[in-house]
Write a protein that binds this ligand. Structure first.
Ligand code: GAP
Length: 433
């Protein structure tokens, strides 16, 4: 029987096994930043590549872009971020700790434990400011982008002029975003540097509801493909007074994380807010002409916005399992095979037997060509190797033993059932596929 996974289980596994480390840890860390280790970067790429394949490569109506992170400050003035991208900040008058007012429960300071010591909340802008070039002047001011979306809107006209797409069509982008969160927390869930995967889907204003509904369906199918169980996923219709300044309708897709049910991604109807603002601020037309007609208008936008870290955390939480094997406790990641950072591990039964190692190397080379992310593992005894591979979610371990030398068969051991099967090397890649 599996117990409910805790945040500590995930954090500890991620650190121990080389998925995710605290950023700058050797110098005491930098709050809200995280570094991905060898397995974490592979898992993250697998999630991002699946998203790109699903929403860009496999579709005819999507175009990818990769815009600069630093953008002209006018982008953020026009989008409303310089004025309204704020969170309410309160300070404890006793210990000077700072908190996000809407995250506080009660009137006791979580740091010093004193009651009624909070000052008046004030609005704190979450954009990281910097200056481009050698002078720290007002004109040189820029920001690290707080969302990838604006890099899409500013390239809308370029894509239209280069590709003449029919409506509806979408532009997709993946990349880093930065927010100076007042209190980063819950592991990578709320970070100051994170990654987004966003689509701006341009539609005729009359068809936005239809497109919105289709995106709901497409998002659910993708989350299913990530291996997230349906009973842990929930849709929240965000009330008007809690929606972002640009949105006329938003559904938050929430997931039951160990810390609480919380937002995994958002689906928003951004109307023509952004393109109209760009028109006003730049003086350039952002309208679209329907081919073969005189019909011109500024398209409206449906925006599915995914956070990579939140998707990754949901994948880890969903995959984390505990059971008992031969009277011993085991924890393992039941990751979908297409997401596993290591697809297959290959081991010689004994690492000091030259003929076993030679044969195992041949099998390793064969599988590496086929699957790419194959691990050579000869550390410790075979039982320890299985435990380690289980813990990082490797679906199959292939072991080369003395029988292999006689009959060219190997053992495949299954992560989920722990069962072992004898297979001819000539059938191995088919079997694992
Ligand atoms: N372009 C729309 C937009 O950025 P958002 O709801 O502010 O909307 C979208 O962010 C997604 O980005 C969130 O649903 C979440 O997955 C992710 N995200 C936002 N802030 C984050 C943070 N501080 N740390 C990790 N992920 C974050």
């Amino acid at each position: 029987m599996s117990k409910e996974v805790s945040l500590e289980d995930i954090v500890s596994l991620c650190k121990r096994r080389g998925f995710i480390y605290q950023g700058s840890e050797v110098y005491g860390g930098l709050a809200g930043t995280w570094d991905y280790g060898p397995l974490g970067v592979q898992l993250k790429r697998n999630v991002m590549n699946l998203w790109w394949k699903t929403f860009v490569d496999d579709r005819e109506d999507m175009y990818g872009v990769d815009a600069a992170i630093l953008m002209n400050q006018k982008v953020w003035q026009a989008s409303g971020h310089t004025d309204t991208f704020t969170d309410p900040l309160v300070e404890c008058n006793n210990c000077q700790s700072r908190f996000r007012a809407d995250h506080l429960e009660g009137d006791t300071c979580p740091t010093c434990g004193q009651k009624d010591t909070f000052g008046e909340p004030r609005q704190f802008n979450m954009m990281f400011e910097t200056h481009v070039g050698p002078t720290a002047s007002e004109e040189a001011r820029s920001y690290l982008r707080p969302e990838t979306a604006q890099g899409i809107f500013t390239n809308f006209k370029h894509v239209v002029d280069s590709f003449y797409p029919d409506l509806p069509f979408g532009i997709a982008q993946q990349g880093k975003a930065f927010r100076n969160e007042i209190s980063p927390r819950d592991f990578v869930f709320r970070s100051r540097e994170f990654e987004q995967m966003e689509v701006e889907y341009f539609v005729h204003p009359d068809t936005w509801e239809q497109a919105f509904e289709q995106w709901r369906i497409d998002i659910k199918a993708f989350l299913n493909n990530l291996g997230l169980p349906e009973d842990k996923l929930h849709e929240l219709e965000v009330p008007e007074d809690e929606r972002a300044h640009y949105s006329k309708r938003t559904i938050d897709f929430e997931f039951d994380y160990p810390h609480k049910r919380d937002e995994l991604l958002g689906l928003a109807y951004r109307t023509d807010f952004d393109l109209k603002n760009i028109e006003k601020a730049s003086g350039k037309k952002m309208d679209y002409t329907v081919k073969g007609t005189n019909e011109r208008f500024v398209p409206h936008v449906i925006e599915p916005s995914f956070g990579v870290e939140r998707a990754l955390m949901a994948v880890l939480v969903s995959a984390y399992q505990q059971d008992e094997v031969n009277g011993e406790q085991r924890s393992y990641l039941k990751l979908p095979h297409h997401l596993a950072p290591v697809r297959v591990a290959v081991s010689p039964l004994l690492k000091n037997k030259e003929e076993l190692v030679k044969k195992a190397r041949e099998v390793y080379d064969l599988l590496k060509k086929q699957f790419g992310n194959v691990m050579w593992d000869d550390n410790g005894n075979i039982g320890k190797r299985y435990r380690r591979q289980d813990e990082i979610g490797t679906p199959h371990c292939v072991v080369i033993d003395f029988d292999t030398l006689e009959d060219s068969t190997v053992t495949i051991r299954n992560r989920d059932t722990t069962e072992q099967e004898r297979v001819a090397i000539s059938e191995l890649t088919d079997k694992l596929s």
